[in-house]
Design a protein. Structure first.
Ligand code: 5GP
Length: 204
């Protein structure tokens, strides 16, 4: 019997560095998770490649995918849609591989409802003031957008309790190391291992 993969969800407030940590994890040769590339209606930033960073979609196309039930979750975030293609996630988990989602918190909440068995990791900023600094320094957003993101972030931090683990993003290296360690530990969790044995032995 094939063991199903683990659905790993990395989420957290805007500007905390989810994307940077995710990219660092996937640049390490020993990483065994599969990254689920999201869809978005946001325009590509410089250097971003369609099908690598995101699948870039028009609003109408995205709304059609929603109607067709092709998204595991989706959210409208600062004026754009973001969502996770459901088929890729299900097929990859069935193939026994761990799937890694890096998504904002509304989406993570939806995934929790559909996959209560998933592993939910909240990436937390070292402090709120540092979060503000990081957002301001990004330099690609207008002041109004920054205010929007900040307000959203305050609410998001309150959501920490919905997660299985909190990893503080003090340094990228530490955060990556902790996330990988959590995944290893999660695979060894009694409930997961026992469930598999029971299936193999066909006992209750
Ligand atoms: P950005 O525009 O900076 O690439 O991403 C904005 C936010 O959208 C980030 O917090 C990122 O984690 C989140 N995001 C990226 N892909 C998805 C997705 O598929 N679903 C949801 N809900 N959020 C996503």
């Amino acid at each position: 019997m094939k063991k199903k993969g683990l659905l790993i969800v990395l989420s957290g407030p805007s500007g905390v560095g989810k994307g940077t940590v995710r990219k660092a994890i996937f640049s390490q040769p020993d990483t065994k998770f599969e990254y689920s590339i999201s869809m978005t209606t946001r325009k590509p930033r410089e250097g971003e490649i369609d099908g690598v960073d995101y699948f870039f979609k028009e609003r109408e196309e995205f709304e059609e995918l929603i109607r067709q039930g092709k998204l595991l979750e989706y959210a409208e975030y600062v004026g754009n849609y973001y969502g996770t293609p459901v088929d890729y996630v299900k097929e990859t988990l069935e193939a026994g591989k761990d799937v890694f989602l890096e998504i904002e918190v509304q989406g993570a909440r939806q995934v929790r409802e559909k996959f209560p068995d998933g592993l939910f990791i909240f990436l937390a900023p070292p402090s709120l003031s540092e979060l503000e600094l990081r957002i301001t320094q990004r330099g690609t957003e207008t002041a109004e957008r920054i205010r929007d993101r900040m307000e959203k972030a305050r609410k998001e931090i309150e959501m920490m309790n919905l997660y299985d683990y909190v990893v503080e993003n003090d340094t990228i290296e530490n955060a990556c190391e902790k996330i990988k360690a959590i995944v290893v530990a999660e695979h060894c969790r009694t409930t997961r291992v026992a469930k598999l044995y029971k299936k193999i032995l066909e006992v209750e």
